[in-house]
Design a protein around this ligand. Sequence first.
Ligand SMILES: [Zn+2]
Length: 221
Amino acid sequence: MLFRQIRAEGDRNFAYLIGDEATREAAIVDASYAPERVLAEAQGLGLRTRYVISTHSHPDHVAGNDYILERTGGKGETGAVEVMHESAPRACRQRVKDNEELELGALRLHFLHTPGHIPDHVCVLAAAKLLTGDLLFVGKIGGTGPSFPGSDPRQQWESLQRLLRLDPATEVWPGHDYGVTPSSTIGREAAGNPFLLCKTFEEFLHLKANWAEYKKAHGIA
Ligand SMILES: [Zn+2]
């Protein structure tokens, strides 16, 4: 599997490029504000873009999709296929459900529906790499509350608990570079991410409500 994490401007957004070495087919995830950079990387590796995936419908995660679709055969039958969760409020060619898989050459892209930050959020598992979008960051988690319409802390908690049931060696590749390192693992986050250390939903809610103070007390940027 070919895999690249690409800085995509915005609010330290990360885009991802996943490629199958044999068929040279690629999926681009969350191209964000640097679609030209992501496409150049794909072309440099001799990859043909088959899927344009967004982890969720927030503007910074779908911003680069049209640019890529227009340059990879247009939005018709011959072009790359835009993929989002079935509940996404955006016209796209392929809508996926929880636990659905798409083939990319010999690779399988497994979609986990993980609402909480927004109802249409998905994480994408490719081999041992999990693209966590705005559900889980390194040492942090995505926002909920009035600034995020449709967000739900209870669903976010349940989605995070679901990630904790994955193999601890699963790699975490987030949608933003908000942590001390650009990537992590489920095991490392389970052992060190304050939100994943919460034992109950109540404790989790308390930490969310007091996150600014917690960060200050623990020297977290
Ligand atoms: Zn978001």
